[in-house]
Design a protein around this ligand. Structure first.
Ligand code: SF4
Length: 363
Protein backbone atom coordinates (compact mmCIF):
# COMPACT_ATOMS: atom_id res chain seq x y z
CA UNK A 1 0.00 0.00 0.00
CA UNK A 2 1.22 3.53 -0.79
CA UNK A 3 1.49 5.86 2.22
CA UNK A 4 0.61 9.54 1.64
CA UNK A 5 2.71 11.84 3.76
CA UNK A 6 4.06 15.35 4.04
CA UNK A 7 7.75 16.05 3.72
CA UNK A 8 9.44 18.62 5.99
CA UNK A 9 13.01 19.77 5.40
CA UNK A 10 14.73 21.70 8.17
CA UNK A 11 17.32 24.23 6.97
CA UNK A 12 19.30 25.13 10.10
CA UNK A 13 21.04 28.29 8.95
CA UNK A 14 20.36 31.97 9.61
CA UNK A 15 22.47 34.95 8.61
CA UNK A 16 22.16 36.27 12.16
CA UNK A 17 20.39 34.82 15.16
CA UNK A 18 17.34 36.81 16.34
CA UNK A 19 17.50 37.39 20.13
CA UNK A 20 14.08 35.81 20.87
CA UNK A 21 14.44 32.68 18.75
CA UNK A 22 15.03 29.18 20.08
CA UNK A 23 14.66 27.28 16.79
CA UNK A 24 17.67 25.24 15.90
CA UNK A 25 19.78 27.31 13.54
CA UNK A 26 23.37 28.46 13.25
CA UNK A 27 25.16 31.24 11.44
CA UNK A 28 27.03 29.50 8.56
CA UNK A 29 30.77 30.15 8.26
CA UNK A 30 30.45 30.12 4.48
CA UNK A 31 28.10 28.92 1.75
CA UNK A 32 30.04 25.68 1.17
CA UNK A 33 28.26 24.12 4.13
CA UNK A 34 24.99 24.40 2.17
CA UNK A 35 26.27 21.97 -0.50
CA UNK A 36 27.34 19.49 2.17
CA UNK A 37 23.98 19.81 3.96
CA UNK A 38 21.99 19.35 0.72
CA UNK A 39 24.01 16.19 0.04
CA UNK A 40 23.19 14.81 3.51
CA UNK A 41 19.48 15.63 3.07
CA UNK A 42 19.46 13.62 -0.16
CA UNK A 43 21.22 10.71 1.54
CA UNK A 44 18.66 10.78 4.35
CA UNK A 45 15.81 10.90 1.79
CA UNK A 46 17.39 7.90 0.06
CA UNK A 47 16.61 5.85 3.16
CA UNK A 48 12.89 6.03 2.23
CA UNK A 49 13.36 4.92 -1.39
CA UNK A 50 11.92 1.44 -0.84
CA UNK A 51 8.95 2.58 1.25
CA UNK A 52 6.66 3.57 -1.68
CA UNK A 53 5.76 6.95 -0.22
CA UNK A 54 3.48 9.44 -1.96
CA UNK A 55 4.06 13.05 -0.91
CA UNK A 56 1.32 15.68 -1.20
CA UNK A 57 3.10 18.51 0.63
CA UNK A 58 6.73 19.58 0.84
CA UNK A 59 7.76 22.25 3.32
CA UNK A 60 11.21 23.88 3.55
CA UNK A 61 11.34 25.42 7.03
CA UNK A 62 14.04 26.69 9.30
CA UNK A 63 16.16 28.57 10.10
CA UNK A 64 16.21 30.48 6.85
CA UNK A 65 15.64 28.18 3.86
CA UNK A 66 15.80 31.22 1.57
CA UNK A 67 19.56 31.31 2.12
CA UNK A 68 19.50 28.39 -0.31
CA UNK A 69 19.90 29.31 -3.98
CA UNK A 70 17.68 28.04 -6.80
CA UNK A 71 20.42 25.46 -7.50
CA UNK A 72 20.12 23.98 -3.99
CA UNK A 73 16.31 23.84 -4.12
CA UNK A 74 16.40 22.35 -7.63
CA UNK A 75 18.87 19.69 -6.57
CA UNK A 76 16.75 18.78 -3.55
CA UNK A 77 13.42 18.62 -5.38
CA UNK A 78 14.94 16.56 -8.24
CA UNK A 79 16.60 14.25 -5.72
CA UNK A 80 13.37 13.83 -3.69
CA UNK A 81 11.57 12.84 -6.90
CA UNK A 82 13.80 9.78 -7.12
CA UNK A 83 12.98 8.78 -3.52
CA UNK A 84 9.27 9.65 -3.22
CA UNK A 85 6.33 9.90 -5.56
CA UNK A 86 5.65 13.66 -5.40
CA UNK A 87 2.03 14.26 -6.31
CA UNK A 88 1.47 16.65 -9.27
CA UNK A 89 -0.76 18.81 -7.05
CA UNK A 90 1.58 18.82 -4.07
CA UNK A 91 1.77 22.03 -2.03
CA UNK A 92 5.48 22.99 -2.03
CA UNK A 93 6.29 25.76 0.46
CA UNK A 94 9.47 27.59 1.30
CA UNK A 95 9.84 29.95 4.26
CA UNK A 96 11.44 33.16 3.04
CA UNK A 97 13.14 35.84 5.06
CA UNK A 98 12.51 39.17 3.29
CA UNK A 99 16.18 40.06 3.73
CA UNK A 100 17.35 37.08 1.69
CA UNK A 101 14.94 37.17 -1.25
CA UNK A 102 15.27 39.00 -4.51
CA UNK A 103 13.17 38.79 -7.65
CA UNK A 104 15.58 36.48 -9.52
CA UNK A 105 15.78 34.06 -6.62
CA UNK A 106 11.98 33.94 -6.35
CA UNK A 107 11.64 33.33 -10.10
CA UNK A 108 14.17 30.51 -9.70
CA UNK A 109 12.21 28.99 -6.81
CA UNK A 110 9.03 29.07 -8.91
CA UNK A 111 10.84 27.32 -11.77
CA UNK A 112 12.19 24.72 -9.35
CA UNK A 113 8.62 23.77 -8.39
CA UNK A 114 7.92 25.87 -5.28
CA UNK A 115 4.27 27.03 -5.36
CA UNK A 116 3.77 28.60 -1.93
CA UNK A 117 5.86 31.16 -0.02
CA UNK A 118 5.72 31.89 3.67
CA UNK A 119 7.30 35.24 4.50
CA UNK A 120 8.62 35.98 8.00
CA UNK A 121 7.40 39.61 8.06
CA UNK A 122 6.35 39.85 11.77
CA UNK A 123 5.40 43.55 11.86
CA UNK A 124 5.07 46.61 9.65
CA UNK A 125 6.68 48.81 12.29
CA UNK A 126 10.40 49.26 11.68
CA UNK A 127 11.00 50.01 15.35
CA UNK A 128 9.34 46.69 16.35
CA UNK A 129 11.38 44.86 13.72
CA UNK A 130 14.51 46.41 15.18
CA UNK A 131 13.63 45.30 18.72
CA UNK A 132 13.09 41.78 17.31
CA UNK A 133 16.58 41.94 15.80
CA UNK A 134 15.23 41.25 12.30
CA UNK A 135 17.44 41.99 9.32
CA UNK A 136 14.65 43.51 7.19
CA UNK A 137 12.52 46.62 7.38
CA UNK A 138 8.90 46.78 6.20
CA UNK A 139 9.82 48.44 2.89
CA UNK A 140 11.96 45.41 2.03
CA UNK A 141 9.22 43.02 3.15
CA UNK A 142 6.70 44.83 0.96
CA UNK A 143 9.00 44.59 -2.06
CA UNK A 144 9.66 40.91 -1.39
CA UNK A 145 5.93 40.08 -1.38
CA UNK A 146 5.40 42.09 -4.58
CA UNK A 147 8.37 40.35 -6.22
CA UNK A 148 6.88 36.98 -5.25
CA UNK A 149 3.57 37.90 -6.90
CA UNK A 150 5.44 39.09 -10.02
CA UNK A 151 7.39 35.83 -10.02
CA UNK A 152 4.07 33.95 -10.31
CA UNK A 153 3.23 33.02 -6.71
CA UNK A 154 -0.45 33.26 -5.86
CA UNK A 155 -0.30 31.38 -2.56
CA UNK A 156 1.53 33.61 -0.10
CA UNK A 157 1.57 33.52 3.67
CA UNK A 158 3.00 36.01 6.15
CA UNK A 159 3.95 35.66 9.82
CA UNK A 160 2.87 38.32 12.30
CA UNK A 161 4.08 38.52 15.91
CA UNK A 162 2.12 40.10 18.72
CA UNK A 163 2.73 40.94 22.37
CA UNK A 164 6.01 42.61 21.40
CA UNK A 165 7.79 45.02 23.74
CA UNK A 166 5.89 48.30 23.75
CA UNK A 167 3.27 47.07 21.24
CA UNK A 168 -0.16 48.71 21.37
CA UNK A 169 -3.58 47.97 19.86
CA UNK A 170 -2.90 50.67 17.28
CA UNK A 171 0.40 49.19 16.17
CA UNK A 172 -1.19 45.70 15.93
CA UNK A 173 -3.99 47.18 13.83
CA UNK A 174 -1.52 48.95 11.56
CA UNK A 175 0.63 45.85 11.07
CA UNK A 176 -2.34 43.61 10.31
CA UNK A 177 -3.85 46.02 7.77
CA UNK A 178 -0.45 46.80 6.18
CA UNK A 179 0.34 43.11 5.79
CA UNK A 180 -3.14 42.08 4.60
CA UNK A 181 -3.05 44.86 2.01
CA UNK A 182 -0.02 43.20 0.40
CA UNK A 183 -2.44 40.58 -0.91
CA UNK A 184 -1.34 37.61 1.21
CA UNK A 185 -3.94 34.85 1.56
CA UNK A 186 -2.65 33.17 4.73
CA UNK A 187 -1.40 34.58 8.03
CA UNK A 188 0.35 32.80 10.88
CA UNK A 189 0.28 34.74 14.09
CA UNK A 190 2.55 34.06 17.06
CA UNK A 191 2.42 35.52 20.54
CA UNK A 192 5.98 36.34 21.59
CA UNK A 193 7.13 34.02 24.35
CA UNK A 194 10.43 34.63 26.05
CA UNK A 195 12.26 31.30 25.93
CA UNK A 196 14.99 30.31 28.34
CA UNK A 197 18.51 30.31 26.90
CA UNK A 198 17.78 33.12 24.46
CA UNK A 199 19.25 36.64 24.78
CA UNK A 200 15.70 37.94 25.41
CA UNK A 201 15.61 35.97 28.67
CA UNK A 202 18.35 38.22 30.08
CA UNK A 203 17.00 41.50 28.77
CA UNK A 204 14.85 43.97 30.60
CA UNK A 205 11.90 44.15 28.18
CA UNK A 206 8.67 45.96 28.76
CA UNK A 207 6.33 43.21 27.58
CA UNK A 208 2.52 43.25 27.71
CA UNK A 209 1.20 41.13 30.60
CA UNK A 210 -1.01 38.07 29.92
CA UNK A 211 -4.26 40.06 29.89
CA UNK A 212 -2.84 42.68 27.53
CA UNK A 213 -1.44 39.94 25.26
CA UNK A 214 -4.87 38.23 25.24
CA UNK A 215 -6.52 41.51 24.36
CA UNK A 216 -4.10 42.06 21.44
CA UNK A 217 -4.72 38.51 20.20
CA UNK A 218 -8.52 38.85 20.29
CA UNK A 219 -8.28 42.25 18.63
CA UNK A 220 -6.13 40.82 15.85
CA UNK A 221 -8.59 37.91 15.37
CA UNK A 222 -11.42 40.42 14.99
CA UNK A 223 -9.54 42.47 12.36
CA UNK A 224 -8.54 39.41 10.36
CA UNK A 225 -12.09 38.06 10.43
CA UNK A 226 -13.32 41.43 9.19
CA UNK A 227 -10.86 41.11 6.28
CA UNK A 228 -12.34 37.73 5.29
CA UNK A 229 -9.81 35.38 6.91
CA UNK A 230 -10.99 32.16 8.52
CA UNK A 231 -9.39 31.40 11.88
CA UNK A 232 -8.78 27.72 11.15
CA UNK A 233 -6.17 26.93 13.81
CA UNK A 234 -5.02 28.64 17.03
CA UNK A 235 -2.22 30.49 15.24
CA UNK A 236 -3.36 30.34 11.62
CA UNK A 237 -5.78 32.31 9.47
CA UNK A 238 -6.54 31.77 5.79
CA UNK A 239 -8.74 32.94 2.97
CA UNK A 240 -11.07 30.03 2.17
CA UNK A 241 -9.16 27.35 0.27
CA UNK A 242 -5.71 28.65 1.32
CA UNK A 243 -5.29 26.69 4.58
CA UNK A 244 -1.78 25.27 4.77
CA UNK A 245 -1.97 21.61 3.83
CA UNK A 246 1.27 20.97 5.66
CA UNK A 247 0.12 22.54 8.95
CA UNK A 248 -3.16 20.64 8.79
CA UNK A 249 -1.27 17.37 8.68
CA UNK A 250 0.21 18.03 12.10
CA UNK A 251 -3.10 18.88 13.70
CA UNK A 252 -5.00 16.04 12.02
CA UNK A 253 -2.38 13.54 13.24
CA UNK A 254 -1.53 12.59 9.66
CA UNK A 255 1.92 11.31 8.78
CA UNK A 256 4.97 13.32 7.73
CA UNK A 257 8.66 12.68 7.21
CA UNK A 258 11.16 15.23 8.52
CA UNK A 259 14.64 15.52 7.04
CA UNK A 260 17.61 17.37 8.49
CA UNK A 261 18.78 18.31 11.97
CA UNK A 262 16.07 18.73 14.60
CA UNK A 263 13.36 17.58 12.15
CA UNK A 264 10.53 15.48 13.57
CA UNK A 265 8.76 12.61 11.79
CA UNK A 266 5.62 10.57 12.27
CA UNK A 267 5.82 7.72 9.82
CA UNK A 268 4.27 4.26 9.78
CA UNK A 269 2.85 4.96 13.24
CA UNK A 270 6.24 5.79 14.81
CA UNK A 271 7.36 9.22 16.02
CA UNK A 272 11.08 10.05 15.82
CA UNK A 273 13.33 13.06 15.46
CA UNK A 274 16.89 14.02 14.57
CA UNK A 275 19.00 15.53 17.33
CA UNK A 276 20.05 19.17 17.19
CA UNK A 277 23.59 18.40 16.12
CA UNK A 278 24.70 19.81 12.78
CA UNK A 279 28.29 18.61 12.87
CA UNK A 280 27.29 14.99 13.57
CA UNK A 281 24.63 15.17 10.84
CA UNK A 282 27.19 16.47 8.34
CA UNK A 283 29.56 13.65 9.31
CA UNK A 284 26.79 11.18 8.42
CA UNK A 285 26.33 9.94 11.98
CA UNK A 286 23.03 8.45 13.06
CA UNK A 287 21.30 11.20 15.09
CA UNK A 288 17.80 9.70 14.98
CA UNK A 289 15.92 9.22 18.27
CA UNK A 290 12.74 7.13 18.44
CA UNK A 291 10.09 8.66 20.70
CA UNK A 292 7.93 6.78 23.15
CA UNK A 293 5.56 4.74 20.97
CA UNK A 294 2.97 4.13 23.70
CA UNK A 295 0.71 6.95 22.54
CA UNK A 296 -2.81 7.26 23.88
CA UNK A 297 -4.63 7.76 20.56
CA UNK A 298 -7.71 9.41 22.09
CA UNK A 299 -5.61 11.90 24.05
CA UNK A 300 -3.47 12.64 21.01
CA UNK A 301 -6.59 13.25 18.90
CA UNK A 302 -7.97 15.68 21.49
CA UNK A 303 -4.64 17.50 21.94
CA UNK A 304 -4.09 18.02 18.22
CA UNK A 305 -7.57 18.43 16.76
CA UNK A 306 -8.87 20.86 19.35
CA UNK A 307 -6.33 23.33 17.97
CA UNK A 308 -8.41 23.44 14.78
CA UNK A 309 -11.62 25.39 14.40
CA UNK A 310 -13.24 22.17 13.16
CA UNK A 311 -12.63 20.73 16.66
CA UNK A 312 -13.22 17.07 17.57
CA UNK A 313 -15.91 14.52 16.93
CA UNK A 314 -17.02 13.07 20.26
CA UNK A 315 -17.82 9.72 18.60
CA UNK A 316 -14.36 9.49 17.09
CA UNK A 317 -12.78 10.40 20.44
CA UNK A 318 -14.79 7.66 22.18
CA UNK A 319 -14.02 5.12 19.46
CA UNK A 320 -10.31 5.74 20.11
CA UNK A 321 -10.82 4.81 23.75
CA UNK A 322 -11.50 8.32 25.15
CA UNK A 323 -13.21 8.95 28.48
CA UNK A 324 -17.03 8.67 28.51
CA UNK A 325 -17.58 11.84 30.58
CA UNK A 326 -16.14 14.25 28.00
CA UNK A 327 -19.49 15.95 27.28
CA UNK A 328 -20.12 16.45 31.00
CA UNK A 329 -16.69 18.03 31.42
CA UNK A 330 -17.25 20.22 28.35
CA UNK A 331 -20.54 21.46 29.84
CA UNK A 332 -18.78 22.33 33.09
CA UNK A 333 -16.12 24.34 31.23
CA UNK A 334 -18.89 26.27 29.52
CA UNK A 335 -19.74 28.28 26.44
CA UNK A 336 -17.20 31.03 26.99
CA UNK A 337 -14.43 28.62 25.98
CA UNK A 338 -16.14 25.75 24.15
CA UNK A 339 -18.73 25.34 21.40
CA UNK A 340 -20.68 22.12 21.75
CA UNK A 341 -22.84 21.03 18.83
CA UNK A 342 -24.18 17.46 18.86
CA UNK A 343 -21.14 15.28 18.09
CA UNK A 344 -18.72 18.20 17.84
CA UNK A 345 -16.66 20.13 20.41
CA UNK A 346 -14.49 23.07 19.38
CA UNK A 347 -12.78 26.01 21.06
CA UNK A 348 -14.10 29.57 20.96
CA UNK A 349 -11.59 32.34 20.26
CA UNK A 350 -11.18 32.89 24.02
CA UNK A 351 -10.77 29.13 24.33
CA UNK A 352 -7.93 29.22 21.76
CA UNK A 353 -6.08 31.56 24.11
CA UNK A 354 -6.16 29.14 27.03
CA UNK A 355 -6.21 25.92 25.01
CA UNK A 356 -3.78 24.09 27.29
CA UNK A 357 -5.94 24.63 30.37
CA UNK A 358 -9.11 23.66 28.49
CA UNK A 359 -7.56 20.50 27.09
CA UNK A 360 -6.35 19.40 30.53
CA UNK A 361 -9.85 20.11 31.86
CA UNK A 362 -11.30 17.74 29.25
CA UNK A 363 -8.80 14.92 29.83
S1 SF4 B 1 15.39 34.27 11.06
FE1 SF4 B 1 13.77 33.00 11.98
S2 SF4 B 1 14.78 31.04 12.47
FE2 SF4 B 1 16.40 32.55 12.07
S3 SF4 B 1 16.96 33.30 14.08
FE3 SF4 B 1 15.42 34.74 13.25
S4 SF4 B 1 13.45 33.92 13.99
FE4 SF4 B 1 14.96 32.30 14.29
Amino acid sequence: MIDITGLYIHVPFCKRKCPYCDFYSAEPENDRVFDAYVQRLLEEAGGYKDSAVEVDSVYFGGGTPSLFSKRHIDKLICGFKSCFYINDNAEVTVEVNPSSADFNKLVGYRQAGINRISFGIQSSSDSELKVLGRLHNFYEAKNAVRDAAKAGFDNISADIMIALPGQTRDSVKKSVYDIVSLGVNHISCYILKVEENTPYANMDLSLPDDDEAADLYLYMCEILKGCGFVHYEISNFAMPGYESRHNLKYWRAEEYIGLGVSAHSYFKGVRYYNKRNLSDYLKGEDIRVIEDTKIDKAEEYLLLSLRLNEGISVNRYLSLGGKEDILKKADQIGKRYLKIKRDNISLTEEGFLVSNEIISGLL
